[in-house]
Design a protein around this ligand. Structure first.
Ligand code: GLN
Length: 498
């Protein structure tokens, strides 16, 4: 049962072939078995998960009408507030903080009967591409424990990849759902900005942050997407429009007559040979399924990374000002006669990690009065140019595609001392965030040179998220029949068929 998809688990529950308590137990056992190696979780709450599961089973037994994911276990990125459960955003500064409320994503999961197993590891405040920036140690890639699972939602991706949970929630500010999905051989979606409420999502860069689903299949991911999306009056940037029909699209998967645009700027130099090979193979498959492949030009994408690394740190320098030792988590340096300012300084010095401090300094500098126009202002102009590039490209194609990540999973320690090398991991995912549109990564196979998973990225216009699933499902079906199973079933050791 643990290797099944969430959709299969859901139908087994409906038919009475299993119970939610049983499903929850086997996942808790799996976590107990493998998580000392993978380190996907920061906090596992077996007791409350089993309680939640028992409640869903009781509801089912009493004939109550339940949603499709009722009783299915899930791993939650530690960036989302869950009432009474330690929530750290991977930072020491929030160690011990228990939110007094649920984020909207958590409230929606609970209302749908989804069983939350625990909170997953992440780069501190979602800043990073490898989960090595966590204040609590790294997460290890289930395909190869010497490598990172990507980041910042590396814990969530690793949990799904290692069969510790069939589903997980991540957040994606510059690629943090799609890139770890690519590096761990699973599916991850960054929904349209504003499609999933940010209420209770600990803020990194508010104009870019968006929570979204992970699954081992396109359909599972769509089912979770449908549960967490929707308008929320508690989030001023939440879109008040019907949720796109993502589940129906994932079930119908068809590309006949669709135009698929390959972005010229997101390929070539810097993209690993095996990544390029799997990418062009997927294009051939899509063409053989009846799609028309066209080339599109997005000249401003060249500046996306630079613009992102001004905008995101600028917003983070403002957002992280709230960690002042007075309201949440850690407080240190409280000696007799110490001023509030001294305590704040000591706490921020002790509580924030290196990358977070680097970004606060960068952002504060970029926003300072003498430099605002030169840095932040220019970055915002680039952002507009990127939006224009996408607008034009979407007149030429229904969806756009690229490799998700230029490289496969890299070694722990390989990039952790070189921030610029780490930033490059998101070169293909960041444009989506700057434009506020949606993107998916799904497994395209293994790179020949290292036998590690390669991600295929699909992008669609704002609130056209169903197109991701429609194209993703078609490609997935063709690949699965070619491989004789999902890619994840080919994973060695922890991720695979043990
Ligand atoms: N790696 C990017 C960063 O460090 C993206 C992170 C994210 O999407 N949360 O900012």
């Amino acid at each position: 049962m643990i290797k099944n998809t969430a959709a299969q688990m859901s139908s087994a529950l409906e038919k009475g072939e299993t119970t939610s308590v049983e499903l929850t137990k086997i996942h808790l056992d799996r976590i107990a078995d493998v998580d000392q190696k993978v380190k996907a979780f920061l906090h596992v709450d077996g007791e409350s998960a089993l309680k939640q599961a028992a409640a869903v089973d009781a509801d089912r037994a009493s004939g109550k009408k339940l949603g499709p994911l009722a009783g299915i276990p899930l791993a939650l990125k530690d960036v989302l507030a869950q009432e009474g459960v330690p929530t750290t955003a991977g930072s020491k500064i929030l160690q011990g903080w228990k939110p007094p409320y649920d984020s909207t994503v958590v409230a929606k999961l609970k209302a749908a009967g989804v069983v939350i197993l625990g909170k997953t590891n992440m780069d501190e405040f979602a800043m990073g591409s490898s989960t090595e920036n966590s204040g609590y140690g790294p997460t290890f890639n289930p395909w190869d424990l010497t490598r990172t699972p990507g980041g910042s939602s590396g814990g969530s991706a690793a949990a799904v990849s290692a069969f510790e949970a069939p589903l997980a929630i991540g957040s994606d500010t510059g690629g943090s759902i799609r890139q770890p999905a690519a590096l761990t051989g699973i599916v991850g979606v960054r929904p349209t900005y504003g499609a999933v409420s940010r209420y209770g999502l600990i803020a990194y860069s508010s104009s870019l942050d968006q929570a979204g689903p992970f699954g081992r299949t396109v359909l599972d991911t769509a089912m979770l997407h449908a549960v967490i999306a929707g308008h929320d009056p508690k989030d001023a940037t939440s879109i008040n429009a019907p949720v796109p029909a993502v589940v129906a699209a994932a079930k119908s998967g068809d590309v006949k007559g669709l135009k698929i645009g390959v972005i010229k700027q997101l390929q070539g130099d810097g993209y690993q040979t095996g990544v390029q090979a799997r990418f062009s193979e997927s294009l051939d498959i899509l063409a053989s399924l009846g799609a028309q492949i066209v080339q599109v030009d997005c000249p401003s994408f060249e500046y996306a990374l630079a613009a992102y690394y001004l905008i995101a740190p600028s917003e983070c320098s403002s957002n992280l000002a709230r960690f002042d030792a007075m309201r949440y988590g850690l407080r240190t340096g409280e000696v007799d006669g110490a001023s509030a300012e001294t305590v704040m300084n000591a706490t921020r010095e002790a509580g924030f990690g290196r990358e977070v401090k680097r970004r606060i300094i960068l952002g504060t500098y970029a926003l300072s009065s003498g430099y605002y126009d030169a840095y932040y202002g220019s970055a915002q102009k680039i952002r507009t140019l990127i939006i224009e590039d996408y607008k034009k490209a979407f007149t030429q194609a229904d969806v756009l595609v690229s490799p998700t990540s230029p490289i496969t999973a890299f070694k722990i320690g390989e990039k952790s001392e070189d921030p610029i090398a780490m930033y490059l991991a998101d070169v293909a995912t960041i444009p989506v965030n700057l434009a506020g549109i949606c993107g998916m990564s799904l497994p395209a196979g293994l790179a020949d040179e290292d036998n590690l998973p390669v991600g295929f990225q699909i992008m669609a216009p704002a609130m056209q998220d169903q197109r991701l699933y429609q194209v993703g499902a078609a490609l997935e079906a063709a690949l699965v029949s070619k491989w004789g199973g999902h890619l994840i079933s080919k994973a060695p050791a922890l991720g695979g068929a043990r």
